[in-house]
Ligand binder design. Structure first.
Ligand code: CS2
Ligand code: MG
Length: 406
């Protein structure tokens, strides 16, 4: 028997970037944390939680995780969508955290126990020029990474998703200010340039290093098929988000033309968003993040569906997914046989101070640690020193000025 929930507080803070955190407290003083961060739409999830969900949690039994999930999902007429599902996800993770702390076990033990010892991680390397990218990939490998996402600049453009001309990560974190900056994008120039870049990276690093690349939803189906084909010799671990995720049947055309593995799903929020892609085996990796798809309880079902169709899991884990969600994903990863890899961009040291965590990275792999619950804390006093600041990802227009996919 666990005591009832007596408080559900929502804290929005910005230690280098914005995070939305749900803190659930039980009558006997157990505290569970959930992440509800939705990059660029943080306050809408905070309001959804504060104004509509928190009052429903008071007096509930925190042990009834699945029932609470069903209550919050089915009990509202307006289902799905990133705001709703991030809010439900935060509650779900907070309740798993409480359950783990109550029984003194890390969450992965409650999910069936470990099926692996550690979780392969990939991080990002970027360079505007090819030589710069190669240097970054090599330096990243020296930091211990065995899998690296490589993003490069494109001649003629000033900015490319994930890369800045002057060096460093583009867009991470999102730029501060009340409106996004606008950039110019040219898919044709990108497709002409990127295969040669990645070929040179592969040639330099040899066959063993796992290389990944993210196209960020910017290609037509035909362009995606051509790119996948052009990259076959690079032997990518995956090619991510080639086309926008709404029109899913186009992936069949891409698949019919290339054996380059496809990953998709960071913008998905439910099992139903991914169902067709999985059951039709149109993708190789599903990328939903715990935070954006209803938490551990729901993502576990999605990953189980993927297992049936030999689709592997490689969750979204940029630095806008807070250390709480990363931790929650690692517990699920420990207990999920078809889990392949976790994206891990790392965090600014200040973020790790605000969210002290039991999970750790070592020699290419992440482990969730054995602290009871999710194993990620939240320093509210420190967080209060960094209040919310509006920040947005850039938007992109084509050469003729029309908006394009982000
Ligand atoms: C990216 C993200 O990590 C990735 O694969 O696509 O950086 C994405 O752009 C951001 O999370 C959006 O908030
Ligand atoms: Mg991506």
């Amino acid at each position: 028997m666990t005591d009832k929930i007596i408080a559900a507080d929502v804290i929005v803070c910005s230690p280098t970037r914005n995070f939305v955190t749900l803190k659930v407290t039980t009558a006997d003083g157990v505290v569970g944390y959930g992440d509800a961060t939705l990059n660029g739409r943080e306050l809408s999830v905070a309001s959804y939680l504060r104004d509509h969900v928190a009052p429903l949690l008071i007096g509930r039994d925190p042990a009834r995780i699945e029932d609470t999930w069903q209550y919050l999902y089915r009990g509202v007429y307006w289902r799905r969508g990133p705001v709703t599902m991030a809010a439900i996800g935060a509650v779900d993770v907070a309740l798993w955290d409480i359950k783990g702390k109550t029984v003194g076990q890390p969450v992965y033990q409650l999910l069936g126990g470990a099926v692996r010892d550690r979780i392969l991680a990939y991080t990002h390397a970027t360079g505007w020029e090819t030589a710069e990218l190669i240097d970054q990939v090599v330096a990243t490998r020296e930091r211990g990474f065995l899998a690296i996402r490589a993003q490069a600049g494109v001649p003629g453009l000033d900015n490319v998703y994930g890369v800045h001309k002057g060096g460093g990560e583009g867009y991470e974190p999102a730029g501060r200010g009340v409106a996004p900056v606008e950039e110019v994008w040219d898919t044709d120039a990108y497709i002409r340039h990127i295969p040669g870049v990645l070929e040179q990276v592969r040639e330099h690093v040899g066959p063993e290093l796992k290389l990944l690349h993210d196209a960020h939803h910017r290609l037509t189906p035909q362009q995606a098929a051509r790119l996948g084909k052009a990259l076959e010799d690079v032997d990518l671990f995956w090619l991510e988000d080639v086309t926008p995720a709404e029109n899913q049947d186009v992936l069949r055309l891409v698949r019919n033309h290339t054996t380059t593995p496809l990953a998709i799903g960071e913008v998905f929020n439910t099992i139903w968003d991914a169902q067709h892609l999985i059951t039709e085996q149109l993708i190789d990796f599903i990328r939903v993040a715990i935070v954006h798809a209803g938490g551990i309880s729901h993502v576990r079902k999605l990953f189980a569906l993927a297992e049936v169709y030999q689709v592997r899991c490689g969750p979204h884990g940029p630095s806008d997914v807070s250390p709480i969600s990363l931790g929650a994903g690692l517990h699920l990863g420990m207990a999920t046989p078809n889990f392949a890899i976790q994206e891990y961009m790392g965090y600014d040291p200040l973020v790790s101070e605000v969210f002290p965590h039991a999970w750790s990275f070592d020699s290419g792999y992440l482990t969730p640690g054995d602290a009871p619950g999710v194993g990620v804390g939240f320093d509210e006093v420190l967080a209060a020193r960094y209040p919310y600041e509006p920040a947005y990802l850039p938007v992109a227009r084509r050469l003729d000025g029309t908006m394009t996919d982000w």
